[in-house]
Design a protein around this ligand. Sequence first.
Ligand code: DLL
Length: 443
Amino acid sequence: MNSILEASAVDCHPASVPDYTPLSELRALQLRRLQAVVLRSWQQVKLFRLRMDERGLTPEDIRSLDDIAKLPFTVKSDLRDTYPFGLFASPMKDVVRLHASSGTTGKPIVVAYTQEDVDVWTSVLVRCLAGCGLHRGDIIQVAYGYGLFTGGLGAHYGAEELGATVVPASGGHADRQIMLMRDFGVTAMCCTPTYFLHLIERASELGVDMKELPLRAGIFGAEPWTESMRKHIQDSSGIEAFDIYGLSEIIGPGVGCECRQHQGLHIFEDHFYPEIIDPESGEPLPDGAEGELVLTTLSKQAMPMIRYRTRDITMILPDMCQCGRTLRRIGRIGRRSDDMLIIRGVNIFPSQVESALLQIEGTLPHYQILLTREHGLDQMEVQVEVTPQMFNDKIGALQELHQKLQGALDHVLGIRVRVALVEAHSIERSEGKAKRLIDRRTL
Ligand code: DLL
């Protein structure tokens, strides 16, 4: 176990970042850490021990990095099934932070950090921001949500450790965000790309020209976005837009980030080991092949994740980046292999919508989710068929039903969505799988 402690004590100050470690050293470090994290999980996490036993494996079976393919996967439902603390590998007294993210049911999934984990998280964020060309003297506005979501606090700690000035604006309140950007001379913005699109639109309505502001970089993530969105953002605001990736289960933001080459996202491989698998068969795929990203945390103490199936579809880029970092890169993540949607940075599963609707009497099990993008912001409308009696009833009953549905959806999803009550049979029926989702978001 000492080797984990030793290894994660790497100095992550921007001047001596381990991003350029020679490959042979990096692979040796990864193997040492992999062996340590497997041992730790085997000793501390019942579910992992059980799965290793089922396969007749012990930590000694991990002799090379390729042996990782022998290990069992971890999936999102494992976190749900062991809710809240079942996968922790540290005693609660060593856990200094909890975060949570939405799961497929009403309950969130919970993730934990020791002080060392927070320090590693901070260090990878420092490396992200430094890689985007930011440094002491920059004024960084963090408009990811602060709270159980990992975005706000994750970016905050990194920006502060970098030596920048942090403006912890959190999400929402576009007019205030724009005022802060202008009045404080903000030079970099951390938020979801669609929120930044919204800020661009709002700024122009307020007569603020983003190109006149000192703002020069945006670190955007938490949801898929495209090259055309990057171009639009860069052209209309004059900033350089970077893609940052992460997920709560692994650490939060900072699993990977673009450098100034903008040719894929470097994974901080000294802490997170990436693999690509065929999502159907689970078999490992070679670099350059598209598949599902699987991540193993190499230094996490409180909640190590072994071969976590992210459901994010990407590839490991086969060649080295021009920037000289030895860290491998993944391609932009454009889609997932499950049905999770990300609306204004919040993860949503259609099954959550369904379970909220089913609790309420007077609706039929026919519904549809319509996604649009208005003024740069994602909007979600849930169209629900109501029973014919309801439509014949007085208007008051419909209003009451509308309110109930709105309340149930707000509660389950954690974001405001529109509810539209529609007549029975007005939603198109499909021959095969019900088409629950209509995505009209463009750009
Ligand atoms: O979204 C952590 C984060 C915060 C990342 C701020 C970047 C910036 P979760 O809420 O657990 O964590 O959602 C994780 O979001 O599995 C992807 O499907 C998606 N995602 C995150 N970053 C990107 C990105 C945070 N750059 C899930 N591109 C992940 C595409 C992304 N999808």
